[in-house]
Design a protein around this ligand. Structure first.
Ligand code: NHR
Ligand code: GAR
Length: 224
């Protein structure tokens, strides 16, 4: 049984997708805690209502990033995690913190890395005239949004899309690839080799949500 600790900053829909998949697919894992850096993070209520321990480490209560990260690590380590999952977590983490969780911390970033690290990724993709956009699950390394890639999802960019439309379409794919990637970790199927990830036994580490798939989902009554 592996212990997972999930860090959120807001809505927590990726956390929710992971909690549901863990329960429905009976992973050999438990969500030991959901921790937020904001007391008003909406996802905390979902976690609490599912009987999951919650905690808040408010970054505004600490003089600097190092002090915040030390307090956060102490709270996380109280739950003895095998894996730390960043799910819409919005604070950049110090090198010391990241090193402590080396090889056992995942993030989902809303772009096709290595394009568009950082913030406002959907607007960045529009401004660059991208025709394909997406999301990336990666191991967290000290360099922001640069860690080894575990899974990626793609979506088409359509005429008339704005950042909100792209964010919504990408988010649907995040809810598929992130639980899948966390499950691979839980099952002990991920190995790190020279900055690259191998999955064994292999299966596709990508998802493309194109018009055909969306039409099929819609016809099946699952469309938004
Ligand atoms: N920390 C390290 N060291 N490495 C990574 O790869 C990290 C990380 C911390 C968070 C998530 C990341 C994303 O997926 C993540 C990956 C926040 C910012 C940011 O600039 C950037 C990237 C990510 C998360 N945050 C501002 C800050 O000053 C605050 C923004 C806000 O509060 O809204 O920390 O995109
Ligand atoms: C997701 O799209 C995630 O990829 C992104 O924020 C959203 C969080 O949604 N993450 C970042 O931008 C990290 N900087 P959620 O709280 O509903 O999971």
């Amino acid at each position: 049984m592996k212990n997972l600790v999930i860090l959120i900053s807001g809505r927590g829909s990726n956390m929710e997708a992971i909690v549901r998949a863990c329960a429905h697919e009976a992973w050999p894992a438990r969500i030991a805690a959901v921790i937020a850096n904001r007391p008003d993070a909406a996802g905390l209520a979902f976690a609490a209502s599912h009987g999951i321990a919650t905690a808040v480490v408010d970054h505004r209560q600490y003089p600097d990033r190092a002090a915040f990260d030390a307090a956060l690590a102490q709270t996380i380590d109280g739950y003895a995690p095998d894996l730390v999952v960043l799910a819409g977590f919005m604070r950049v983490l110090t090198e010391g913190f990241v090193t402590h969780y080396s090889g056992r911390m995942l993030n989902i970033h809303p772009s096709l890395l290595p394009s568009f690290p950082g913030l406002k990724t959907h607007q960045q993709a529009l401004d660059a005239g991208c025709r394909v956009h997406g999301a990336t699950v990666h191991f967290v390394t000290p360099t922001l949004d640069h860690g080894p890639i575990v899974a990626q999802s793609g979506i088409p960019v359509r005429a008339g899309d704005d950042a909100a439309a792209l964010a919504a379409r990408v988010l649907k794919t995040e809810h598929v690839i992130y639980p899948r990637a966390v499950r691979w970790f839980v099952e002990g199927r991920l190995a790190l080799d020279g900055g690259r990830v191998t999955l064994s036994p292999p299966e596709p580490q990508w998802l493309f949500l194109d018009d055909v798939n969306e039409a099929q989902a819609h016809n099946a009554g699952e469309g938004a």
